[in-house]
Design a protein around this ligand. Structure first.
Ligand code: FMN
Length: 299
């Protein structure tokens, strides 16, 4: 069930999403051995950031709401973690920044450790970063173009669903030279404690992930597949192999999994074997499934 995406060979299409278990070299090694086809690191920036005051993560009825505030050790300190990564599967390094030069600065020093980069142009709760730039097609195109000019590794652009037309942002990334797009990052959300009236998250707003956002992610992938030529990586609410099938049928070539790891650390192995069994039992190849929902609509 191997698959090639942006020139990288993966043993399976299941990738660890950014921000979950991706902050240390040893946790990335662990997830790689738990069966992931590739792993994405936590988003890394130029300066170290503590992130927001808590609470930063809430379990809600249908997923999670988080506003961590992009805590990270800065790329200079993250290098020590990357030295511990043993290359069991491809490593994608997620980068955030407030300008193209910040994205490039981080990636230049980390390039030797990365099989690809994922540009986080989509964090829904940090001003000056994904919140604004990722919603403006001009910024997205410029940042992607500048990045590609300086960095030779394949570049994936992670898109926010918190826009009117995600296809415009996806097309801007493609025009800027992205090798793939990743859809979606979390959906802006809020919860309030009715006893006290206080917003529950320290930052007030957060990003919703998990089961609730699967239909939003699927709609994003489906509409991007109609307009873009570059591959799409689907993410949002995946918990089992049927969720993966849905994303592939909507047009994703690979998928990322985040919140579901909270419940099940074996999820990559389980989905991998369920997906293999499904393909074998139905005499299908991965390529038969990718974009199937579009081909069915045409008939
Ligand atoms: C606790 C937490 C931290 C996250 N941190 C990042 C991050 O640093 N960079 C990023 O691009 N996405 C981050 N995300 C978003 C995920 O990578 C993913 O796009 C989103 O959670 C949807 O997938 P899921 O429903 O499988 O969790 C984070 C999500 C969660 C729940």
């Amino acid at each position: 069930m191997g698959i090639k995406i942006s020139g990288i060979e993966l043993e399976n299409p299941l990738i660890l999403a950014s921000g979950i278990l991706g902050t240390t070299g040893s946790s990335l090694n662990r997830v790689a051995r738990m069966g992931a086809g590739a792993v994405v690191s936590k988003s890394i920036g130029v300066e170290s950031r503590e992130g927001y005051k808590g609470p930063v993560l809430l379990k809600v009825d249908c997923g999670f709401l988080n506003a961590l505030g992009l805590p990270n050790p800065s790329y200079k300190n993250f290098i020590e973690e990357l030295k511990d990564f043993d290359g069991y599967c491809p490593l994608i390094i997620s980068v955030f920044g407030s300008s193209s030069s910040e994205f490039v600065e981080v990636a230049e020093d980390l390039e030797e450790y990365a099989d690809a980069f994922e540009l986080n142009l989509s964090c829904p709760h940090v001003e000056g970063y994904g919140m604004e730039i990722g919603r403006d097609p001009i910024f997205v195109e410029d940042i992607t173009r500048e990045f590609k000019r300086s960095i030779s590794r394949p570049t994936w652009v992670k898109l926010t669903p918190n826009v009117e037309a995600i296809t415009e942002i996806g097309l801007a990334a493609e025009k800027g030279g992205a090798d793939a797009v990743v859809a979606i990052n979390t959906v802006k959300g809020l919860r309030i404690d009715v006893e006290s009236g206080y917003p529950l998250l320290g930052n007030v707003y957060g990003g919703l992930s998990g089961k609730a956002i699967k239909p939003i992610g699927l709609a994003a992938v489906y509409s991007l597949y109609k307009k873009l030529k570059i591959p799409i990586i689907g993410v949002g609410g995946i918990e089992d192999y049927r969720d993966v099938l849905e994303y592939l049928m909507a047009g994703a070539r690979c998928v990322e999994i985040g919140s579901a790891l909270y419940y099940d650390l074996e999820i990559f192995k389980e989905i991998d074997s369920d997906l293999k069994r499904h393909l074998e039992e139905n005499s299908l190849e991965m390529e038969d499934i990718i974009g199937l929902a579009h081909r069915k609509r045409k008939r």
